[in-house]
Design a protein around this ligand. Structure first.
Ligand SMILES: [Zn+2]
Length: 156
């Protein structure tokens, strides 16, 4: 299986690029923000803010949950991280850039990236009339998200 996002290099920005992206959004580069980003870049199941807090605390014992939330907001604002919201659970954070698909474990709420290429024409294949039908009803389609639902085996 090939993961399309692994072909693009470099996958995640280094500290200099991270600083550039934050400053471009009018935000400061801080050690806390760098630590939060670093953890997200190595995480596989799209952690919650609490997960990030628990992990980053090992490295920065004085960091607060509020600071973690602010760091996550700054990273989302800088377009380095995407916030995934769910009605039935806490927000999760994704630092894999580019459009991609997810698998959502209904037992644990964890979210995994799918090792399949994103298809920009999937809506067209699903229903060639859909986008035009929606436009006539007053909806402009700007993109789509696909999330498979199921159960991840415990060792995943
Ligand atoms: Zn993802």
């Amino acid at each position: 299986m090939s993961a399309p996002h692994q072909e693009a290099a470099p996958l995640f920005p280094n500290d200099v690029e991270l600083r550039g992206a934050l400053e471009k959004a009018g935000l400061r580069f801080t050690r806390q923000r760098a630590a939060v980003y670093q953890f997200l870049a190595g995480a596989t199941a799209h952690p919650t803010a609490e997960d990030v807090f628990a992990a980053v605390r090992q490295q920065l014992p004085k960091i607060s949950l509020a600071t973690v939330y602010k760091a996550l907001d700054a990273l989302v604002e800088s377009a380095l991280v995407t916030k995934i919201t769910h009605l039935d659970g806490p927000c999760r954070y994704d630092c894999l850039g580019g459009a991609h698909y997810h698998f959502h474990c209904l037992n644990t709420g964890r979210i995994f990236d799918l090792p399949t290429a994103y298809d920009p024409d999937l809506l067209q294949k699903l229903d060639p009339q859909l986008v035009e039908t929606l436009r006539r009803r007053g909806f402009q389609v700007t993109g789509y998200r696909l999330e498979l639902l199921g159960v991840a085996f415990p060792e995943t």
